[in-house]
Design a binder for this molecule. Sequence first.
Ligand SMILES: [Zn+2]
Length: 142
Amino acid sequence: MSNLRAPKRTSACPCQSGKPYGECCRPYHRRTQEAPDPEALMRSRYSAFAIGEIDYLVATLHPEHAEKKNLPEEMLRSSLRAACRDHRYTGLTILETSVDGDRGMVRFVAKVFQRGKDISFSERSTFERVGGAWRYLEGETA
Ligand SMILES: [Zn+2]
């Protein structure tokens, strides 16, 4: 799916890694590579929200993620589209990350604005490897 908001390969990646998009989250968004660890998946999901990569956001949810499991896919997609449309994602800070076998954790602060209002939050996200690929399982405010 083409994405009009996709940055150029040489633009700074929206996950704020300091790397160009083409050398950071783009290969994951294009599905030519899987994110190698929970932090990379977290970053690529944040940048996917920033640029509206809905397919990627759906694909990287764990099958047991509450919304993926309980919402019809079209409702899930429309709520993700609304989040991408109504919010500005201006920065990501990773505070802590750990991996234990096929489970991983990332604690982060996401800078997010909704129509000019700062709704930034910190979260502790849990990731699990499914068939060799890291997927987002759940998050709690931290
Ligand atoms: Zn990135």
